[in-house]
Design a binder for this molecule. Structure first.
Ligand code: ADP
Length: 215
């Protein structure tokens, strides 16, 4: 498990002085209990710490991983992805903006022949291009897109958790879901077969949470 710096410090404190209350941990870190609450919740849900009411937190030497956590790690991008919304790189910035509105998405994948991934354009790329004197009807989207090989991608069989981590790590909203193939020149290319977005992750979170509440 990858801890944040603060989570690692909490774990060290609990390891060395359990049982220990949330208030006591907060005091040692010079933080408020409220600031620590999300970390304590995550560490308890992940089975690293055990919370005993009116006693405090313990470090769990023998971690039984919760079956739900195991299932969460097994969820695959392919089962939760959306359809790709793609444009060609020679279409104008103006048409890209219209496509973004009509398709109701925040990012567009830019593709060539055979849905081969060429780049991505986001809302802010398009907004930025409207600030200057660019002729939006004339300038192709290829001028402003983020292009290969700088595109962060995912595949259908990748765990959702990994893809979500990449979205947060790179501070982007969308990962194109691709299938790699070798073209006639022997180069590796990527066919776009979907998109995996922060909205997919949010929907999944809401669904799991809501079903859990009904059972
Ligand atoms: P916005 O720019 O609207 O906030 P993003 O955060 O998704 O949307 O995009 C930030 C920047 O990263 C933009 O310049 C965009 O072209 C680029 N970008 C978007 N998606 C990807 C991706 N999957 N890989 C690499 N760069 C990306």
């Amino acid at each position: 498990m990858e801890f944040t710096e603060r989570q690692a410090r909490i774990v060290e404190i609990v390891k060395n002085s359990s049982p220990i209350t949330g208030e006591q941990i907060a005091a040692k870190l010079d933080l408020t209990r409220a600031t620590l609450r999300p970390d304590l919740t995550i560490l308890t849900m992940a089975g690293v710490l055990e919370a005993r009411p009116r006693v405090g937190y313990f470090y769990k030497e023998k971690k039984e991983t919760s079956p739900y956590m195991d299932r969460l790690r097994q969820l695959r991008v392919g089962d939760f992805k959306s359809l790709p919304i793609s444009i060609r790189e020679n279409i104008s910035i103006y048409d890209a903006i219209v496509t973004m509105f009509t398709q109701n998405v925040g990012s567009l994948t830019v593709v060539g022949e055979g849905q081969t991934l060429r780049g991505m354009v986001s809302r802010k790329d398009l907004l930025k291009s409207t600030l200057g004197k660019t002729d939006l009807q004339q300038v192709p989207v290829s001028i402003i897109m983020t292009r290969m090989p700088n595109i962060i991608m995912t595949t259908a069989d990748e765990p959702v958790l990994e893809a979500a981590r990449r979205l947060t790590l790179h501070q982007i909203d969308t990962l194109p879901v691709v299938e790699a193939f070798i073209d006639e020149k022997g180069e590796e290319r990527y066919e776009v077969i979907g998109r995996f977005t922060k909205t997919n992750v949010t929907k999944l979170f809401v669904q799991i949470g809501s079903l859990g509440a009904q059972s």
